[in-house]
Write a protein that binds this ligand. Sequence first.
Ligand SMILES: NC(=O)c1ccc[n+]([C@@H]2O[C@H](COP(=O)([O-])OP(=O)(O)OC[C@H]3O[C@@H](n4cnc5c(N)ncnc54)[C@H](O)[C@@H]3O)[C@@H](O)[C@H]2O)c1
Length: 267
Amino acid sequence: MTLNRVLITGAAGRIGRTLRAGLGKRYRLLRLLDLAPLGAAAAGEEVVHADIGDLAAMEAALEGIDCVVHLAGVPEEDVWEKILPANIVGTYNVFEAARRRGTRRIVFASTNHVVGFHPRDRRLDEIVMPRPDTRYGASKAFGEALGRLYADKHGISVACLRIGSLQVKPQDERQLATWISPRDTVELVRCCIEAPDYHFLIVYGVSNNRDRRWFDRASRLLGYAPQDDAEAFAAEIRARGEKPDAIAARFHGGPYCAMEFSGRSED
Ligand SMILES: NC(=O)c1ccc[n+]([C@@H]2O[C@H](COP(=O)([O-])OP(=O)(O)OC[C@H]3O[C@@H](n4cnc5c(N)ncnc54)[C@H](O)[C@@H]3O)[C@@H](O)[C@H]2O)c1
């Protein structure tokens, strides 16, 4: 499948800027959408200022697009009043507009926090049950379910990326497992856009970290071969001797599990 007209929602954000720099000029059209300023369009780019909460605006933005990379939304835990319109209604609008406009592929920025409440001593694959650690994680589980629906019912090819932690370098001990470097992020999204036909995939967005705890079959199918390893920064981070609290240490989601925690710590 040759997909040459690509839309990125949330293009002014951290991942969006990384992709714009890394994928610019690769496709016949890179349409960039955000509420926030995007600067001037370079050759081969188009810039759209729109709210993913507006279905009509999303239909217009999806016109003529082969593949949408859907990043826009609230990228962390927040109050329900912000999560609902951006991550639930907004994601529905993007997927539904893609269906109405005949878009063939959706690459959806999900998160590792969809499976954050699995115990950290367990290595995770892509078929483990969702165990969201936050309202944010639950909203992304909704996006993954919507992706499955649009793949099965409407034949749209969908990849859900359970992204770890995009940073120039890992910031703490947890990120020695969860880190994804900017160049691996670009490569992962490039593979998702360009891989031949696939139906529905869940992929963990991590670099080739020695301490990684998430594995999937889709990476090989996509040809995603990450280059970077957080271990290069491990000595510096471990020397700090930081200790997360007991709940954060027990689960994959780390501090997101500890937030507002009022459950039974033995569960
Ligand atoms: N950065 C990471 O490590 C990471 C990890 C896991 C998942 N993700 C996911 O990747 C995506 C991008 O993350 P990021 O770090 O670039 O976040 P970011 O906050 O830097 O970028 C998100 C962008 O979306 C835009 N946006 C928000 N609401 C919008 C709306 N209603 N309409 C149009 N645009 C809107 C914002 O203006 C912003 O530019 C998010 O969906 C996030 O959940 C990121």
